[in-house]
Write a protein that binds this ligand. Structure first.
Ligand SMILES: Cc1ncc(COP(=O)(O)O)c(C=O)c1O
Length: 484
């Protein structure tokens, strides 16, 4: 029997700002319709095709929402009539579980300010995006073997969850790796496993600063750091960097009574500058005399292509006023959400108390697999392969920039990391160029996004996730846009 067309179902408009997936919004709206009795028991839901057309969304989104309703028993599937409202156990639950928003809805000023600045970065998967990573280079087979081995006989300890500081064998492996490759002076007891350096920055800001206190930051500098400081109620105090990175003397001349300095001395983000030893020692001296703290974000120095390898600043600080963070996001994959924060011994306990308030402890399975990956020597082998591939890609993007961007941009590359910087002429609008590039399938990040103060415009060109040929093609597109 052919099904007759149903009148459109009255549903609230779905938000398109990405705050809540469309599928979940639709599921909640349909569930409300059912629980409020606006569709009677046995009443038919529109076909997925019709509802998708009505709402201007994909049919898969509708099917996913329908699937969830069916799994939870709100609807039945009948061969001839499609989905119908199931007979629910009525009673108090049959009222709308999502009451309308009403009354004063004040949230903290800092959450409101941070929330208003959210969104917009959708270029991660496009060539030249600085955040891209190449799944093809990841040893997925080895990784899945380690995960499976752990999961085959998980044991009570793995299921129970772990230490707020992280899985001890991983902390030991990290301490050993950092000592050997970065000159960091620490023992495993000082290493706290976090969900990427972003959580390290957030925890460090809350550990070191009270609301209203200031912290020096690099200008231009990492946006995630500014967000972490603001979320802690602290005040970012931008200090312009030069070709040698952060300048502690310039910061002191600026004054303002900063309580901490958050810096990327090995490979300044995003200019790529390396901070020389004299400046490192001057900053350590400032911390010792002022009672301030240094937070060193060593986010990408697993990748170094030439020049003398400079050890981490943390290893130079005899007064132990430096906290050191890093991440597996670049050396493994960003979705792993694993990184570290190394703190002086006296800060371990207060840090763990703060951490316990936020997320208890980091998830164990990924940590255990990561510890195995390091213990079996697979991490070092993977780093060697990545360095070779990234070195080739870096050479390719630099050659393409020399060939195609001559007269349009000045390139600075630094000796490490996974991105280079194309400085644009004064007066150029880097955000507009990045937007035009996105429209043509290329994803450089505008330098303006990382600035609090006015300064020379530029584009950050990531090269880690694309082949030499793909990088050259993307640079050609960029050159065309810059010439137009
Ligand atoms: C300078 C800097 N710090 C921290 C991070 C945070 O990385 P994650 O939280 O993925 O470890 C990034 C990410 O790109 C970064 O560029």
């Amino acid at each position: 029997m052919p099904r007759t067309a149903l009148p459109p179902l009255l549903l609230p408009a779905l938000g398109r700002d990405g705050a809540e997936p469309l599928q979940r919004q639709l599921y909640l709206a349909l569930r409300a319709v059912i629980l409020q009795g606006r569709l009677a028991v046995g009443g038919r839901l529109p076909s997925s095709r019709a509802l998708a057309a009505q709402l201007g969304i994909s049919r898969n989104t509708v099917l996913a929402a329908y699937g969830q309703l069916q799994a939870e028993g709100y609807v039945d599937s009948r061969p001839a009539s499609g989905l119908t409202v199931a007979a629910l156990d009525t009673g108090p639950a049959r009222t709308d579980p999502i009451p309308a928003l009403c009354g004063e809805r004040r949230i903290s000023r800092r959450a409101a300010v941070l929330g208003a600045g959210m969104g917009g970065d959708t270029a991660d998967a496009l060539p030249l995006s600085p955040r891209g990573s190449d799944a093809a280079l990841f040893p997925a087979r080895e990784w899945s073997r380690l995960l499976a081995r752990r999961w085959r006989r998980p044991g009570a300890a793995l299921l129970a969850g772990g230490d707020a500081a992280g899985y001890l064998p991983l902390r030991q492996a990290i301490a050993e790796h950092l000592g050997r490759s970065r000159g960091v002076r620490c023992v495993a007891g000082q290493v706290v496993v976090v969900s990427g350096s972003q959580q390290a920055l957030d925890l460090a800001a809350r550990l070191l600063l009270d609301p209203g206190e200031g912290a020096w930051i690099e200008e231009p500098g990492y946006t995630g750091l500014k967000a972490a400081l603001r979320a802690a109620g602290a005040v970012p105090m931008p200090v312009p960097v030069d070709g040698l990175g952060f300048d502690p003397r310039a910061a002191e001349r600026q004054g303002g009574g900063a309580r901490a300095a958050f810096i990327t001395p090995s490979h300044q983000f995003p200019t790529g500058a390396t901070m020389p030893v004299e400046r490192r020692l001057a900053l350590i001296d400032w911390a010792a005399h002022s009672g301030g703290w240094i937070v060193e974000d060593d986010y990408d120095s697993d990748f170094r292509y030439g020049g003398p390898p400079l050890a981490a600043l943390q290893g130079l600080d005899p007064g132990q006023r430096t906290l050191y963070c890093g991440t597996f996001s670049k050396s493994m994959f960003p979705g792993l959400r694993l990184g570290w924060l190394v703190v002086p011994p006296d800060l371990v306990a207060p840090l763990l108390a703060l951490r316990a308030a936020a997320d208890g402890a980091p998830p164990l399975l990924g940590q255990a697999a990561m510890a195995d990956f390091m213990a079996e020597g697979l991490f070092q082998a993977h780093l060697r392969r990545l360095r070779a591939a990234y070195g080739e890609r870096r050479a390719a993007v630099l050659a393409a920039a020399r060939t195609h961007l001559g007269g349009l941009a000045d390139i600075s590359a630094g000796e490490a990391g996974t991105h280079i910087l194309a400085w644009l002429p004064e007066g150029a609008d880097d955000q507009a160029v990045a937007k035009a590039a996105r429209a043509q399938g290329v994803g450089p990040a505008p330098l303006g996004r990382y600035r609090l103060l006015p300064g020379r415009p530029g584009l950050i060109l990531g090269y880690a996730a694309w082949t030499p040929a793909g990088l050259e093609a993307a640079v050609v597109v960029l050159a065309r846009i810059l010439r137009s």
